[in-house]
Design a protein around this ligand. Structure first.
Ligand code: DP6
Length: 323
């Protein structure tokens, strides 16, 4: 019996992944850049054995069935294929953040499964190979394998689509303060949303302009230039939501409260606090700032009526083995 445990973190994208060139392989339409979130943790244990008869998944002490388990089974089918081992796996995973916070837990989940799953199936993969494998479970998981600030190179083939660190976690003390405005699960998940990206007439322009935004974002991180970072991440988030809203059918992930917070954050930047907003496929607003402003950002967000609570995190490491 092989049992392995790992610690992984979700990430927040500064330049977003939205839409795939290849949906089965999860080869994205454009590259993306993110930072890992240190305070948000996923601890995962995988046991694999030829004696097990099924794959099973216990998530936050709840035995999963249905679509959540099916997605994990597909991932283990891939590991069975790559390793040539007819093992089944039992997975136990716990997050220290509520799933209702709308933080993409699939990123930390599949980063962990790539790491401990590959070990349990007797594979010894490099960081690049782990990123490629994690990508097959969830695109954004490819970015939770390396540490710190990470760029996922879109590539055109399975082997060419992987993420790597562009700057380590201690390069810049950035903070993500997440204003949670709803705890309802979203109606259209990211996987379904990616399929619709191409139906928006704006997606082609968004993808074409991606290398320019990636370069500005990469340079802003490398130079620790907050103003440049703030402008590009807000533009990129707005462009992705522009595509979402103009898909067929339209995907409206923002709520009026999200927009109110976005306008507030833009005002703070002009007047008092360097901060910038970015939103994933949901209404919760991620507010990025440097560590020195994190307390003030948090306090201000908490005062906005309709903000249920605020979750905050600095920059995290990549996936790590625990045993
Ligand atoms: C809006 O990685 O969750 O958060 O590959 O289908 O699992 P799948 O999608 P996922 O998409 C993330 C979309 C996003 C932007 C981003 O994180 O880059």
């Amino acid at each position: 019996m092989n049992s392995f445990s790992s610690l992984s973190h979700p990430n927040i994208a500064f330049i977003k992944y939205w839409g795939n060139r290849d949906n089965t392989l999860r080869i994205p339409a454009n590259g993306s850049i993110s930072m890992n979130l240190s305070s948000l943790e996923t601890r995962t244990t995988v046991e694999a054995s030829p004696e097990f008869r099924i794959d099973s998944l216990t998530l936050n002490n709840r035995r999963e069935t249905g679509a959540v388990l099916d997605r994990v089974k597909v991932f283990f089918d891939l590991l069975r294929e790559i390793s040539g081992k007819p093992f089944y796996a039992h997975v136990k995973s716990e997050n220290n953040f509520p799933l209702s916070a709308g933080i993409a837990s699939s990123a930390s989940a599949f980063a962990a499964l790539a790491m401990v799953g590959s070990k349990a199936f007797g594979l010894d993969l490099t960081e690049k190979e782990l990123s490629i494998l994690a990508r097959r479970g969830s695109g954004s998981a490819s970015r939770s394998i390396p540490g710190g600030f990470v760029e996922w190179h879109a590539g055109k083939t399975n082997a060419g689509s992987f993420a790597e660190t562009i700057a380590p976690a201690d390069h810049w003390e950035l903070w993500d303060c997440v204003a949670v405005v709803t705890e309802q699960p979203k109606k259209t998940g990211s996987t379904e949303g990616h399929l619709l990206a191409g139906t928006s007439p704006l997606q082609a322009a968004r993808v074409k302009d991606a290398p320019r935004r990636l370069e500005i974002c990469r340079n802003a991180i490398l130079k620790r230039d907050f103003e440049a970072l703030a402008n590009i991440i807000e533009l990129d988030s707005n462009m992705m939501h522009g595509v979402m809203m103009t898909s067929q059918p339209p995907l409206m992930y923002w709520s009026p409260k999200s927009l109110e917070i976005m306008l507030e954050v833009a005002k703070w930047r002009k007047t008092s606090i360097p901060a910038a907003y970015t939103l994933d496929a949901g209404p919760n607003v991620h507010v990025i700032c440097t560590r020195e402003y994190a307390h003030r950002v948090r306090a201000r967000l908490e005062k906005i009526p309709g903000v249920a609570w605020v979750l905050s995190s600095g920059v995290g490491s990549g996936v790590q083995m625990l045993s």
